[in-house]
Design a protein around this ligand. Structure first.
Ligand code: CP
Ligand code: NVA
Length: 308
């Protein structure tokens, strides 16, 4: 059974194919053509954490593809009222695909182990592959071929950054990460995170200097300083990460024509200023919309093609 737990679950050619498929489906929708690629297919979505984009994009996506989606929140008592194994087996008997957003990455790994239908990671503490898929889809729309494209990450090297690191390796992008030492990637673990695929053009730069990271960058990306589940560290994180705010001064140090990306939700006034969020350089709404299109490509590939 093929799952989508991290970007390491797909090969480079499959990554390109999913992006192409997503572009085709987006184009069809923009022409008013809603093709039912997944008639009667049902997606169960398990949420241990809050969400706007992930829920709305998966639910809308499944509806547009001719199927349906169901929200399962705290009431199912994931791993408490019932074991992950029992939940996986019961859901597999009734639905065609499962999406999980949760605390521990191990939970989605366990879910996939016991599930006989494909499982999609909708964010865990250590990865957000659906976000990275939509992000590179957005970069492709704006810049075309991504080989050599420079993406600068500024702030906490978190779950979203891990998935973007993997995406950069697979698509041959330059990934420059500016973070304080406590919240930076461990250089010795980069190879393990990436896995086997390192496409020509891929480069990684780790620095404490945001101005160094954004130099000649095509896109500047940031995310919240306090991710879901890290609330007890809020004060400490805000203090350490405050020099990593993306503001107009930092944006003007980037390459000409650089865009701004954020997975959202954003804490305006902390990691990002209003003027950058609301500037013409900001592509955050296009990026959010692309969660819908990229995930439709992923769902069609995973259910109609990948299991053969
Ligand atoms: N970017 C993202 O995953 O948004 P939500 O947390 O609102 O789903
Ligand atoms: N890093 C954030 C991303 C939210 C979409 C979090 O995990 O809360």
């Amino acid at each position: 059974m093929r799952h989508f737990i991290t970007l390491n679950d797909i090969r480079v050619d499959e990554f390109h194919h999913i992006l192409e498929l997503s572009a085709t489906i987006k184009h069809q929708v923009k022409q008013g053509e809603y093709r039912h690629y997944l008639p009667n297919k049902m997606l169960a979505m398990i949420f241990e954490k809050q969400s706007l984009r992930t829920r709305v994009s998966f639910e809308t996506g499944m509806f547009q593809l001719g199927g349906g989606a169901m929200y399962l929140g705290g009431e199912i008592g994931f791993g408490k009222r019932e074991s992950i194994k029992d939940i996986a087996e019961v859901l597999s008997s009734m639905v065609d695909v499962i999406m999980f957003r949760g605390m521990k990455h191990q939970s989605v790994v366990d879910l996939a182990e016991y599930s006989t239908v494909p499982v999609i990671n909708g964010l865990t503490d250590s990865a957000h592959p659906c976000q990275a898929l939509a992000d590179v889809f957005t970069l492709r729309e704006i810049f075309g071929d991504l080989r050599g494209c420079k993406l600068a990450w500024v702030g906490d090297a978190n779950n979203v950054a891990v998935s973007l690191l993997r995406a950069s390796a697979k698509l041959g992008m330059k990934f420059s990460v500016a973070a304080p030492r406590q919240f930076q990637f461990d250089v010795d673990k980069i190879d393990k995170l990436i896995g086997e695929d390192k496409v020509e053009g891929f480069e990684i730069e780790l620095t404490e200097d945001p101005f160094k990271a954004v130099k000649n960058a095509n896109a500047i990306y940031t995310d919240v300083w306090v991710s879901m589940g890290q609330e007890s560290e809020e004060e400490k994180r805000k203090k350490i990460l405050s020099p990593y705010q993306v503001n107009s001064k930092l944006m003007s140090a980037a390459g000409r024509g650089a865009i701004f990306l954020h997975c959202l939700p954003a804490r305006r006034g902390l990691e990002i200023t209003d003027d950058v969020m609301d500037s013409s350089q900001s592509k955050v709404v296009q990026q959010a919309e692309n969660r819908l299109h990229a995930q439709k490509g992923l769902l069609v590939w995973l259910l109609n093609e990948a299991q053969k």
